[in-house]
Design a binder for this molecule. Sequence first.
Ligand code: HEC
Length: 182
Amino acid sequence: MRPYMTMAIALSISASVSAAEPPFSGPEDVAFAGTLWKALQENRLIGADRMRSMPYQTPPPHGHFVEATDGRISVDGRDGIVIVKQNFGKTKEETRQQIADNPDEFLTSITVMFKRENGYDADNKNWFWVKYHPDGSLFKNPKGMQLAGRVAKGSDKACIACHKSAPGNDYVYIHDRYAGQD
Ligand code: HEC
């Protein structure tokens, strides 16, 4: 290979690496989180008019009590599995009945997994991860990165790292109904 060709290849590799988006928190993932939020509202999976179920108690890191719902919705014209978790408990002293009677008063966050197209994150079953405040804004990690996208791929903390250990190798803890799907 001629030297100038080698240099051109080396240059194009470094350009593509520096232009690559981080695995989460980039503009595309943040925009997708906004579109997903609207789809969750339209499907009554979040918000004052959402369908409700009885909260159940969980260990950390999610709420003290949570409600989980799942099904298929369309986001950006694409049909996919969604799992929505409402996390409750400000002092962790609340009873299940108090939360069932006034869920919105105790809601601290909404954590969502949405199954994206194959290739979005083939290493991790193509899940899109997001953590919303109750008003739809995004949580940030201590570095100021917004928690939307492949959170936090390559790190030993946060959504992907912990959900990797879920039974059934589907990254879902509460059941294995989606096991075997990419
Ligand atoms: C330290 C481990 C851990 C981390 C970090 C974590 N989760 Fe979870 N997650 C769990 C466990 C355990 C459950 C099942 C118990 C429950 O419902 O709270 C769960 C349940 C869920 C569920 C319901 C589906 C399922 O897997 O059972 C969703 C949705 C979810 N988590 C989203 C997220 C998102 C989004 C993040 C990152 C912002 C995240 N989780 C970070 C441990 C974790």
